[in-house]
Design a protein around this ligand. Structure first.
Ligand SMILES: CC(C)(COP(=O)(O)OP(=O)(O)OC[C@H]1O[C@@H](n2cnc3c(N)ncnc32)[C@H](O)[C@@H]1OP(=O)(O)O)[C@@H](O)C(=O)NCCC(=O)NCCS
Length: 177
């Protein structure tokens, strides 16, 4: 069984493992190899433990009684916008393990993130995605409107990224219902 729910402290190591696995897969040929190789699951676990302890908007797709499946199959992080001109809330992260894609988990996690933002009074939302990442078409497919282009700095390299927005936020809830 797969449960979509808010993350608990015990999920932190599973989220960290999912983070490292999905980044190494999705960002090979996009982010510097040394950066991806250097991702530390122990350090990431401490980071996620702290986020969960602070009550931040972390959601997981958790596996139960699935032999051989990792404990966390995907996760999403949402928060009030860092760039309010793009929207009131931000989906900061959304990742699903390669072997568990195309089963609806990404859409459900995005919906959980949108609900979380709506409950905190956000009427719109956006997400940044690396421009060379084919997953950006996922956001387009779910009605995200391209609202900005920019760059993010990773290991001293400037990487192109694009922001997709949903305004009103209810359009995202409708499309993922
Ligand atoms: C993007 C991602 C989260 C999608 O997760 P997923 O579980 O495969 O998505 P779902 O199965 O819920 O798909 C929902 C819908 O989006 C569509 N979709 C999924 N990936 C897509 C893509 N890359 N391009 C276009 N449409 C896509 C599905 O066909 C489905 O459409 P439908 O509802 O009309 O049938 C996943 O591919 C992923 O983790 N990618 C790597 C990490 C990443 O780049 N994250 C985003 C940047 S923060």
């Amino acid at each position: 069984m797969i449960a979509l729910r808010r993350a608990r402290l015990a999920d932190a190591p599973g989220i960290a493992a999912a983070h490292a696995a999905t980044w190494r897969s999705a960002y090979a040929n996009i982010l510097p190899e040394s950066y991806l190789a250097g991702l530390s699951i122990a350090r990431l676990a401490r980071h996620y433990e702290q986020m969960i302890r602070l009550g931040q908007g972390v959601h997981v797709a958790a596996s139960y009684g699935m032999p051989g499946a990792p404990p966390v199959l995907g996760f999403a992080i949402a928060a009030r916008a860092r760039e309010p001109h793009l929207g009131e809330g931000e989906v900061e992260m959304l990742y699903v393990l390669d072997d568990y894609r195309d089963q609806g988990l990404g859409g459900q996690l995005l919906r959980a993130a949108a609900k979380y933002l709506g409950q905190r009074g956000c009427g719109s939302a956006y997400a940044w995605v690396l421009r060379d990442n084919p997953s950006r078409y996922f956001y387009q497919h779910l009605g995200g409107r391209r609202v900005a282009d920019g760059t993010t700095r990773v290991c001293g390299e400037e990487i192109a990224q694009t922001a997709y927005a949903w305004d009103p936020l209810t359009s995202l809830l409708d499309v993922t219902a």
